[in-house]
Ligand binder design. Structure first.
Ligand code: FES
Length: 135
């Protein structure tokens, strides 16, 4: 069987940071999405990657109106080649999950370009808003 991820790989793997805060993964706010299935698929891919893909969940990352948010962090090699974290928004269907998995299987940020359909879902991380502005 052919490994779904290229080898060799740098020590630090490509990492998916899956938001599961107040809105992302919330079935009452996004009832048409099987959020657990999405997390299970991403988790299974990480488990089957032989250490080439890692996954973690996080609390709210900020852009709730673009849920579900998945941040794709480059591997050490991808970062060395100029890759930076890419924020994917509106990841609420199987197609989005397919695209994310295809991209990380081909190397992720810095190694390969995202599928064209996934590129349309790239969003900007919100900058932290100062709690209080000086006048
Ligand atoms: S819950 Fe995911 S961005 Fe807020």
């Amino acid at each position: 069987m052919t490994a779904p991820f290229p080898t060799p790989y740098a020590a630090r793997p490509c990492t998916l940071v899956v938001c599961r805060g107040c809105c992302c993964g919330n079935a009452s706010k996004h009832p048409g999405t099987d959020h657990q299935r999405q997390l299970d698929r991403l988790s299974a891919a990480a488990a089957d990657s032989g250490g080439r893909l890692a996954l973690r969940t996080t609390e709210c990352l900020g852009p709730c109106d673009q849920a579900n948010i998945v941040v794709v962090q480059p591997s050490a090699e991808g970062r060395r080649k100029g890759g930076r974290a890419v924020w994917i928004g509106f990841a609420t269907d199987d197609g989005s999950t397919d695209d994310i998995l295809a991209w990380v299987a081909s190397g992720g940020p810095g190694e390969t370009e995202p599928p064209a359909s996934l590129a349309l879902q790239i969003v900007s991380p919100r900058r932290a808003t100062p709690l209080r502005r000086r006048r």
